[in-house]
Design a protein around this ligand. Structure first.
Ligand SMILES: Cc1cc2nc3c(=O)[nH]c(=O)nc-3n(C[C@H](O)[C@H](O)[C@H](O)COP(=O)(O)OP(=O)(O)OC[C@H]3O[C@@H](n4cnc5c(N)ncnc54)[C@H](O)[C@@H]3O)c2cc1C
Length: 395
């Protein structure tokens, strides 16, 4: 049996450089300070009340965090992808709900509009999103179509100068708050995955209705609800790319946006570790702080090791995401699966270190334990990430 050498490092020349630029460090420190001072005080209350962080969105926009991947000529701040994952990580460390609100606006709404929209659509929509005049949403999932996105049924038909949408979307983050959604609909009933197209749908489009918000296990301060399209009319110009390119746009968008979920997981993991260390030094059992027990030390060492690996892979995947490398999507999937599963494990261990107190909402780890769960599910489950990786290696 012969084997082939798998080229897992497709970049030629110098190896990866993981150091941050001074601008990236500055941004990270600024977002960290903002998250600790402005977001943290209300995080527990918003979670309890399932209340969207509406009052924070203006300040987040002022920091330039809603149009991070949007070029300056379209009103954005034009940050690089590593800066973007740094910002998501810092927000998620303090409030994963706020982080997903911000990351969805950036990565699954602004990014495909900038990448596939006409100049007219970019000029009409992106400055509003990037300046915080509106946040963004993304409508792919339907009640009968999750991982198998190509089977979606929401239909779009052309009627003169308009597209008319009919159908239903499920689990839409920022639903009801978003000023614009990128929505994937079927324009050819018999076209399979080639029969899908992508559209920009304004939040106030006639015929669009937002359903009852989901009562979620975690991320309770983020809004998730269904969208109903009943003869929903949008301008013909709101088509992204060409008719039939919807699936291609979805794949490209998710390849990019998974970096944001990986970064969200890294931020949660970081906080779970910090909480575990603080608690272990403080809690005394058998006459010593539990941090003196080797079993606790091993848990903390394992959490820190996994965190370092997840963070490095996430930043590396971000750093190559715009190089046009064929393995950029695979790296994003690897980062998302690894970081989200590592963060779930870390929250589990951190709660274990907190003992009975960790099972109580008074302690922050209880909320993180709930919040982290979804990171292995949305924007593609861990199983789907592994399919992406395996397909890349076995093609
Ligand atoms: C809080 C939250 C926010 C969300 N926000 C959005 C949003 O803004 N926009 C949007 O469009 N969607 C959103 N989603 C939907 C999310 O992307 C889907 O839940 C996810 O893609 C999985 O789809 P599903 O839930 O239908 O699970 P299913 O696809 O039904 O999968 C169920 C299980 O089967 C496994 N499975 C399925 N197929 C295979 C296979 N071929 N091989 C192996 N295992 C398989 C899955 O991995 C999973 O474990 C959100 C979901 C949540 C929970």
């Amino acid at each position: 049996m012969s084997t082939e050498t798998l080229d897992l490092e497709e970049r030629t020349g110098a190896g990866p450089d993981f150091s941050l630029t001074s601008e990236q460090e500055l941004l990270r420190d600024e977002v960290r300070r903002f998250a600790e001072e402005r977001i943290l005080p209300g995080t527990g209350e918003r979670d309890k009340a399932h209340r969207f962080p509406e009052e924070l969105m203006g300040e987040i926009a002022e920091l330039g965090l809603l149009g991070m991947l949007v070029e300056e000529r379209w009103g954005g701040t034009g940050f690089d992808p590593v800066s973007y994952v740094l910002a998501v990580e810092e927000l998620a460390r303090i409030c994963p709900s706020t982080a997903v609100t911000m990351s969805v606006t950036n990565s699954v709404c602004c990014w495909p509009i900038q990448s596939f929209g006409s100049d007219e659509v970019r000029a009409r929509v992106l400055p509003t999103l990037a300046s915080g005049g509106a946040i963004g949403g993304f409508g792919l999932t339907e009640p009968g179509s999750g991982s198998d996105a190509a089977s979606l049924r929401t239909a779009a038909r052309r009627d003169g100068d308009e597209w008319v949408l009919d159908g239903e979307k499920a689990w839409i983050t920022n639903a009801g708050y978003a000023g614009y959604y990128v929505v994937i609909a079927r324009t050819d009933p018999d076209g399979g995955h080639r029969g899908l197209s992508a559209f920009v749908v304004p939040g106030d489009a006639p015929g669009l209705r937002v359903g009852t918000p989901e009562d979620k296990l975690g991320l309770r301060a983020s809004r998730t609800a269904p969208l109903y399209f009943d003869g929903c009319r949008i301008p013909a110009a709101n088509l992204l790319g060409e008719e039939g390119q919807g699936f291609k746009i979805v794949l490209a968008t998710l390849d990019h946006s998974r970096l944001g979920i990986a970064a969200q997981a890294v931020g949660i993991h970081q906080r779970a570790l910090e909480l575990a260390v603080a608690y272990a030094k403080d809690r005394v059992q058998f006459g010593v702080p539990i941090a003196k027990h080797q079993a606790i030390q091993f848990k903390i060492a394992e959490m820190a090791t996994q965190l370092a690996a997840s963070r490095v892979l996430t930043r590396y995947a971000a750093s190559v995401s715009e190089d046009g490398r064929p393995d950029a999507g695979r790296l994003a999937s690897e980062a998302k699966a690894m970081a989200s599963e590592g963060a779930n494990k870390a929250c589990w261990e951190s709660l274990q270190i907190h003992g009975g107190n960790g099972f109580c909402e008074e302690y922050e780890i209880a909320r993180l334990y709930r919040d982290v769960r979804v990171t292995t599910i949305y924007e593609g489950t861990s199983e789907m990430q592994r399919l992406v990786v395996a397909r890349h290696l076995l093609r």
